[in-house]
Every structure is written in structure tokens, then in C-alpha cells.
Design a protein around this ligand. Structure first.
Ligand code: FE
Length: 141
């Protein structure tokens, strides 16, 4: 991965074998990014995507492999307990041009990934909601 900062934005180029979430987290840690948005496209050959079942408050996840385009990677950067917290969703397309996706747990770049981080000047926390079963955004200050 290589990246460069332009104003409040970081342009990332992920390379073959790079894992998307770890790569974005590394940039956030190296640059003390606490809040922001993520957008991206690229090509991957492995991903773990999830769906949250609201009734049971459980995440179900599935590994998908093969040549896939990232038609859309979108999400946000925040913090929880002082650690970088990414919440990313992905839409992938496969060799049949069909789209599928969900909550993103892992994605491995097969060719290249082009990701932009847009930094928001500010900070929010996250707290686990017993009622919902997820780590929700918690506004501080
Ligand atoms: Fe999600």
C-alpha cells in the first residue's frame, strides 16, 4: 500500500495481497485519524461479508472467493475505547455481473484497491447497546 494526503483527504492505493480493513486501520493509526468517511473501488479475490440478524442479535458471515469487483466500498471511521473502529459495507460483483454484499469483515485485494478517506475534524465514541446488540455511535462533548 501507498498513500498520500491531500487537504483533509487521504488517497490510498492498495496492492495485490493487501487486506482492506487492516490497511485502512494502519493509515488511521499512523495519522491519528479519529473520525471520517471511507469510499473505495477495486478488485478482490476473497472477502468475508456479514449480515446482522436483528431478532437474535447475531452476526452471520460468509466467505466468498473468486474474481470480484468492489462496486462500492463505503463506511466510516470512528473510535471505540481509544482504538480505531471501522464500520464498512461492501457491494461486490462477480463473473456473472451479479451484485451481493453486506457488512465487511475482510477483503483481500487481487489487483488494486483505490480508497479515499475523508477526515472529519471531530471525535465520537461507540458504546455497545444491549437493546440492539451492536456498538452504536455515542456522541461525546
Ligand atoms: Fe454494518
Amino acid at each position: 500500500m501507498e498513500y498520500q494526503k491531500f487537504g483533509n483527504k487521504y488517497v490510498l492505493r492498495l496492492d495485490k495481497g493487501d487486506e482492506v480493513i487492516e490497511s485502512i486501520k494502519a493509515v488511521c493509526r499512523q495519522n491519528a485519524i479519529k473520525l471520517g468517511t471511507v469510499t473505495g473501488i477495486g478488485a478482490i479475490n476473497k472477502a468475508v461479508i456479514g449480515i446482522f440478524e436483528s431478532g437474535t442479535k447475531k452476526y452471520h458471515s460468509k466467505e466468498v472467493t473468486g474474481d470480484m469487483e468492489i462496486a462500492s466500498l463505503t463506511g466510516n471511521i470512528s473510535e471505540m475505547n481509544g482504538e480505531v473502529y471501522l464500520h464498512l459495507h461492501i457491494t461486490l460483483t462477480d463473473s456473472t455481473y451479479k451484485a451481493f454484499g453486506g457488512h465487511l469483515n475482510q477483503a483481500v485485494i487481487s489487483c488494486t484497491g483505490e480508497i479515499v478517506l475523508d477526515v472529519i475534524e471531530g471525535q465520537v465514541d461507540r458504546a455497545f447497546s444491549e437493546e440492539i446488540g451492536l456498538n452504536l455511535i455515542k456522541f461525546v462533548g
